[in-house]
Ligand binder design. Structure first.
Ligand SMILES: [Fe+2]
Length: 164
């Protein structure tokens, strides 16, 4: 199905803008899923590292909310429609479903680092695609998201790297 597109005086060609809107919406679905997964971990984590992880997972969700807003609004700026409903996320997210039975900090850290790394990889690919399409601004947005996700992944993975 051809997604609706609005006319715009934006100097990027319409074909390129449509391609970028599709790319942005795919990353949006994944990022929304990831944000909910971080909340799932925030609510359910237990164990000796509770306080630190409970706060860290909330920080993750907060940062991802900022990214999703920027990604969604860029899709609209380019004449598209931001697709951010839970039904779309369910249909389009490429993330592994978050396990519902995790309790330990290590379990949540392992699950979240896996999906964060996956989202980091598709974000890096999106930078390349946007760049090739001649949309330096969308590439720049994904670069910012990618740098942020790398930082979040560091903060989560550090909990698995405490052995000397
Ligand atoms: Fe909370």
């Amino acid at each position: 199905m051809r997604a609706r597109s609005y006319q715009s005086r934006n100097s990027l060609g319409e074909k390129n803008r449509r391609g970028m809107v599709a790319l942005l919406n795919q990353q949006l679905a994944d990022a929304l899923d990831l944000g909910l997964q971080a909340k799932q971990a925030h609510w359910n984590v237990k164990g000796p590292q509770f306080v630190g992880l409970h706060q860290l997972f909330d920080k993750l969700a907060e940062e991802l909310e900022g990214f999703t807003d920027d990604i969604a609004e860029r899709a609209v700026e380019l004449g598209g429609i931001a697709q951010g409903t839970v039904q779309i996320v369910l249909k389009c997210s490429r993330l592994t479903a978050y396990p519902l039975d995790l309790a330990s900090g290590q379990g949540h850290v392992a699950a979240l680092s896996g999906v964060l790394a996956g989202f980091g990889a598709t974000t890096r690919a999106a930078i390349y695609i946007a760049d090739k399409a001649g949309d330096a601004d969308t590439a720049d947005l994904f670069t910012e998201v990618s740098r942020g996700v790398d930082k979040l992944l560091w903060m989560v993975e550090a909990h698995l790297q405490s052995k000397d």
